[in-house]
Design a protein around this ligand. Structure first.
Ligand SMILES: *Cc1c(COP(=O)(O)O)cnc(C)c1O
Length: 399
């Protein structure tokens, strides 16, 4: 079989060779429980704290500001759930955005049911939210703001420093879901000023099922998981040492020579965008300037369901996505594109191509060469549209 081209790195990434090698000893030789006082335990404990130092350093945090979790979803859940408790006396109003990941949106819905009020800011057509807009939404009873650093569907990078400054001018705690941004963009948490920041290892060539929540030293959270008192009592549960070691290794690797990596990935992304936009009726979604180095996202006239497009690309050996992994098999338009003002019809034609440093320019050329015919073929199919093409539906691409 021909070699597959993997361009769905916003959904997940392969573990880097270095990270995998770093993890291996912690499955068998150094399998100990970090809470144990004999040698196996102490080795694991050392690996845990070395990893914490590495991961914290990579985002400019202090060692004691980083707590390991099971990934981005847990970090988002923790950040959002805990904060209501500490600040309830001041009010119960939360501000977030309409383009957040479901790990944030569904969690907010849960809080809403418990009596919190939630305002979701609508971005402009590029996915941007301004400091002015945030300022207007703030009320006397606003206690918490959560706005993502970079969007996973259209790649827009938001002005988190400015937004956070507005929050702090009003004494409000600020959380950012930086799962798509960490290890992809240079991040110094103390310069950004955020109180809480979520990250996830499998989005930057680390293993799945491990992430972290950055908690600014001055920010006090109640414990999230209770039990044995690990992570200073905030997040109980025997630590996922192999995963944590893999995460630290991957973030270290990603932040090494980051400017060069960004340059290479951005050049590939821009070549891809430039050439795909040559296809008549193809449009870029998200911010044309402030966007993730590796993310190219489009909508197409005359394509009814992008799942067909994703499927035909798959048959051509190209693994891309219709918008986000969580909605890959659903035929609903992405809530992100709808929030950007795309009507339901065109939003359903969305395609996301997300690159990593592993993608070569040759792979980009293959995509550029194959795309026009794949789009044209689908459009022809639509024009002769009868139910026979569309009924192929569900069986084909449940991912
Ligand atoms: C992937 C992702 C998450 C979820 O992270 P997991 O580690 O898969 O739980 C949250 N937010 C954003 C923006 C993401 O891209």
């Amino acid at each position: 079989m021909e070699k597959r081209i993997y361009v769905d790195n916003s959904a997940t990434t392969p573990v880097s060779e270095k990270a995998l090698a770093a993890m291996m000893p912690y499955f068998r030789e150094n399998f100990g429980n970090p809470s144990a006082i004999y040698r196996y335990g102490q080795e694991a404990k050392k690996a845990l704290e070395d990893s914490r130092r590495m991961a914290a350093t990579a985002i400019g945090a202090l060692n004691n500001e980083l707590y390991f979790t099971s990934g981005g979803s847990e970090s988002d859940n923790w950040a959002i759930h805990s904060i209501g408790e500490t600040k309830k006396s001041k009010g119960n109003h939360i501000i977030s955005s309409a383009i957040e990941h479901n790990a944030v949106l569904r969690t907010l819905e849960k809080l809403q049911k418990q009596g919190y009020e939630v305002t979701l800011l609508n971005p402009d057509k590029y996915g941007q939210i301004t400091a002015e807009q945030l300022k207007k939404a703030i009320r006397d009873d606003t206690i918490f703001i959560s706005i993502m650093m970079a969007n996973n569907v259209v790649g827009t990078v938001l002005p988190i420093k400015e937004l956070c400054t507005v929050a702090h001018e009003h004494g409000i705690v600020f959380h950012t879901d930086a799962v798509q941004a960490v290890a992809h963009l240079p991040i110094k948490v103390h310069e950004l000023g955020v109180d809480l920041l979520s990250m996830s290892a499998h989005k930057f060539h680390g293993p799945k099922g491990v992430g972290a929540l950055y908690v600014k030293l001055q920010c006090k959270l109640p414990p999230y998981l209770t039990g044995g008192g690990q992570e200073k009592g905030y997040r109980s549960g025997t630590e996922n040492i192999p995963g944590i070691v893999g995460m630290a290794s991957a973030i270290g690797e990603a932040t090494e020579d980051m400017p060069e990596k960004i340059k290479k990935i951005t050049a590939n992304r821009d070549k891809l965008i430039e050439n795909i936009l040559k296809i008549p009726g193809a449009y870029l979604t998200g911010d044309p300037v402030n966007r993730l180095p590796g993310l190219a996202s489009f909508v197409f006239d005359g394509i009814k369901e992008s799942v067909f497009l994703v499927n035909n690309l798959n048959e051509a050996g190209i693994c891309a996505s219709s918008g986000s992994a969580c909605s890959a098999s659903s035929k609903e338009a992405s809530h992100v594109l709808t929030a950007l003002g795309y009507d339901d019809k065109i939003a359903r034609s969305a395609l996301r191509i997300s690159l990593s440093e592993y993608n070569t320019e040759e792979e980009i050329d293959v995509i550029i060469n194959k795309m026009p015919a794949i789009i044209e073929e689908l459009r022809l199919g639509e024009r002769h549209s009868n139910s026979s093409t569309r009924n192929l539906g569900n069986d084909l691409f449940i991912v």
